[in-house]
Design a protein around this ligand. Structure first.
Ligand code: 13P
Ligand code: SF4
Length: 350
């Protein structure tokens, strides 16, 4: 009861602040946020949609980003000089982004390009990465991509140079290479703990795609057995999964795509349909609430604790200290090169 009163009071105070700041304020929310946060946002989306909105909204002064740190950082890189970007919980990181730190990547790049020559490899960096990695990418002629445009980015990368070096998500990389029909012998894994990533110079010369050995712990929780069980118990169900899932899970699903793709897939399904979703649980539960005429189930329970760090309390606190607390800042020299890589992505989608 106390909790419910606190929640209502928190929502009331946030709404009052939103009214006060009016068009000066923009609250962006990722699809994995809790329902009460998404309900208070001005725009909800996947990482691509949110970065595009951050780049387009030039009039507002304050952007409050309810998502994880790399997303808020990308919004800051794409924002205007008069804008500030804040995140309600600075500690909302991303495990996958943490799997590729810049010094390790620079070492790998040096080793790799000693064999191939620097003009032969296109770096492609997933949005789920920190700003210095995006800057590395921009500096070396590469582009950022998200789950909604990874295959297009691979295509562009392979048309422009002989090889693509993709990081940090090995599964999104593998699924994108599969989508383009690349044969298994042309795809290698780069393990940063091993010399030459665990490959021979010959493996590297032959490869067209080199995948950094990173992954998302939330999405690799979905297993082939979960898919088998659904197919057995509920043969009429359609299964839709995020491309951070393993290729085995993706191969057995009916559809694969970004969080916005999944939202659209559910929206377009016929009333009475059963849809089983392999992605973060907050999105699955919200879709079930928003579509009472459809049966929406999770492939398996999997929560992203990083996304879950944002709550009413820290959102309210951020709004009460607008422009002052938890401001996301990226050093100018990193910002410039990272923006080059982000702009290349935005151009690829137009
Ligand atoms: P989307 O770009 O599909 O929203 O995915 C972001 C993410 O972090 C998935 O784990
Ligand atoms: Fe990072 Fe995975 Fe959480 Fe997405 S779901 S933010 S990739 S840890």
């Amino acid at each position: 009861m106390i909790r419910e009163t606190e929640t209502k009071e928190g929502i009331r105070r946030i709404q009052a602040l939103k009214k006060r700041f009016s068009e000066k304020l923009l609250i962006l929310t990722h699809h994995y946020q809790r329902k009460e946060i998404v309900d208070l946002g001005d725009y909800r989306g996947d990482s691509f949609g949110l970065s595009q909105t951050a780049a387009d909204q030039k009039a507002c002064q304050f952007i409050v980003f309810c998502g994880v740190h790399f997303m808020a950082e990308s919004a800051e890189i794409l924002s205007q000089p008069h804008q500030t970007v804040q995140i309600p919980a600075m500690e909302a990181g991303c495990w996958m982004a943490d799997m590729a730190d810049s010094p390790a990547v620079e070492n790998a790049w040096k080793a790799l390009t000693q064999i191939t020559g620097s003009g032969g490899v296109m770096p492609l960096v997933y949005m789920n990465s920190d700003a210095s990695l995006k800057a590395f990418c921009g500096r070396n002629g590469g582009a950022i991509c998200t789950s909604s445009n990874a295959a297009a980015a691979f295509k562009w990368g392979l048309q422009s140079r002989d090889k693509v070096f993709f990081l940090p998500d090995r599964h999104l990389g593998q699924n994108s290479a599969d989508q383009l029909g690349l044969p298994p012998e042309e795809i290698i894994l780069w393990d940063p703990q091993k010399p030459l990533g665990g490959n021979s110079p010959e493996d590297i010369r032959r490869a067209r795609v080199i995948l950094w050995n990173g992954y998302c712990l939330v999405h690799t929780r979905f297993q082939v057995e979960h898919v088998h069980k659904i197919r057995e118990d509920c043969p009429e169900a359609k299964i839709v999964v995020h491309p951070e899932c393993t290729r085995q899970v993706v191969a057995m699903a009916d559809a694969v795509g970004s969080t916005s793709f999944i939202v659209q897939y559910v929206k377009e399904a016929s009333p009475g349909a059963t849809i089983v979703i392999g992605t973060e649980i907050n999105l699955v539960h919200r879709l079930a609430l928003e579509h009472p005429d459809k049966r929406i189930l999770e492939l398996h329970y999997s929560l992203c604790p990083n996304m879950f760090r944002i709550n009413l309390k820290n959102l309210l606190w951020t709004l009460e200290h607008i422009g002052e607390v938890n401001v996301v800042r990226v050093p100018e020299e990193i910002k410039k090169e990272a923006k080059t890589a982000l702009d290349r992505m935005l151009a690829l989608n137009t």
